[in-house]
Design a protein around this ligand. Sequence first.
Ligand code: MTE
Ligand code: MO
Length: 203
Amino acid sequence: MPLFRSKAEAKVRDAGYDPARLPPGQYLTEKWPILHAGEVAHVDLATWRLRIFGEVETEVTLDYEQLRALPATEITTDIHCVTRWSRFDAGFKGVRWSELAKLCRPKPSAHFVIEHAEAGYTTNVPLAAFEQESSLIAYEADGEPLPVEHGGPVRAVVPHLYFWKSAKWLNGLELAAADRPGFWERYGYNNDADPWKEERYAF
Ligand SMILES: Nc1nc2c(c(=O)[nH]1)N[C@H]1C(S)=C(S)[C@@H](COP(=O)(O)O)O[C@H]1N2
Ligand SMILES: [Mo]
């Protein structure tokens, strides 16, 4: 739809951004939409754990304090939802996969990560996606503790893929030898989810 595309690009230009930052079929939103299946999960910080398991030499379980004690990284990134909104310059702070890899030591057979979240939400990505410098296990957004409606206390942020690949209310990272479709992937979303290739749906 070239008309929609040019309108969306014009809005990006008017907002002072380079239109080249907008992936095909997306539009810019200034606010941060809240999107998830089911209810907001209310996670108790005291009992929250991140379990890293599967194809690892050492299974690791971190509580919130232990996660916060690891070297942190801050990123500013654009995020893209498959429902077509994009938000620019979202700020996140958290821990890179490289830090967690030092603790769990992935086996050579580990090629995929299944993100596990509250209420059974899962999503699958290649381990290589997690290894990207812009991917984080995030506990802050825009300088504040991650709001519960955006997945607090801890969510995944894999911003180069459509945002359903970034599980809110994260509680597990399963390293897997073989790929396994997650929640939306089983409902026909594209397994690869590259917004620049418009990999929205499987068919
Ligand atoms: N646990 C969980 N994480 C989830 C989802 C979900 O339904 N449950 N939805 C995904 C989708 S489709 C999007 S676009 C983003 C939205 O994140 P936001 O609400 O912080 O914008 O969360 C992703 N992570
Ligand atoms: Mo989404």
